[in-house]
Design a protein around this ligand. Structure first.
Ligand SMILES: C[S@@+](CC[C@H](N)C(=O)[O-])C[C@H]1O[C@@H](n2cnc3c(N)ncnc32)[C@H](O)[C@@H]1O
Length: 197
């Protein structure tokens, strides 16, 4: 077995043992430890949340009074009392309005692990993924409170620079990282930001 497949397998098993719905849960655990993004009583908005691994992690971290709202194209099984789930496409204005209604004000943290359907053509996948992420960034003023934090997935490629520049305009602290759980060969990166201006 290739080292990358062995690593994937290891985290898949670990997720099963610990009751997480995806091995992605360990990415959020690792990155949150490193950057202290989620705190007790925070309100969290999670884009591209299915099957719910990140929401499982976040819903525990925000206890006792925080809440998590998640949205995905795919259905998500209920997680807990402090978690609200929406099914829909974030490119759809109606879905965004539903989220804005549910948020009632602004959230402390925005998460996005969104990834489009993969075509296998790197440039197309990169462009589509960054477009989705930019869509969320455009909504930050309506959704994220001052001094808020975010963690965003981004596929590496030529548009990453533009995305990073945009985030640096909006946050006092911006860090690009590749978590241990991500496969080495994948172009997947994460951007952790703090201090929304
Ligand atoms: C890598 S998965 C997320 C895994 C999740 N963080 C977890 O821990 O379980 C990426 C998700 O992005 C969702 N997605 C892609 N495009 C979307 C869109 N336009 N609107 C909402 N969700 C989208 C996909 O349906 C997919 O479930």
């Amino acid at each position: 077995m290739r080292l990358e497949d062995a690593k994937k397998d290891h985290y898949r098993k670990l997720a099963k043992e610990q009751g997480y719905r995806s091995r992605s849960a360990f990415k959020l655990i690792e990155l949150n430890k490193k950057y202290s993004l989620i705190k007790s009583n925070d309100s969290i908005l999670d884009f591209g949340a299915a099957p719910g691994g990140w929401m499982q992690v976040a819903s525990k971290l925000v206890m006792p009074k925080g809440k998590v709202i998640g949205v995905d194209l795919l259905p998500i099984k209920p997680i807990g009392e402090n978690v609200t789930i929406f099914q829909g496409d974030i490119r759809d204005e109606e879905v965004v309005n539903k989220i804005l209604n549910e948020v009632k004000g602004k959230v402390n943290v925005i998460l996005s692990d969104m990834a489009p359907n993969i075509s296998g053509i790197w440039k197309i996948d990169h462009n589509n993924q960054i477009d989705l992420t930019m869509l969320i960034i455009d909504r930050f003023p309506d959704l994220l409170e001052k001094n808020g934090r975010c963690l965003l997935k981004a596929f590496d490629g030529p548009m990453l620079n533009t995305l990073e520049k945009e985030l640096k305009k909006n946050f006092t602290n911006v860090k690009l990282i590749k978590p241990k759980v991500s496969r080495n060969a994948s172009s997947e990166l994460y951007i952790a930001c703090r201090g929304f201006r």
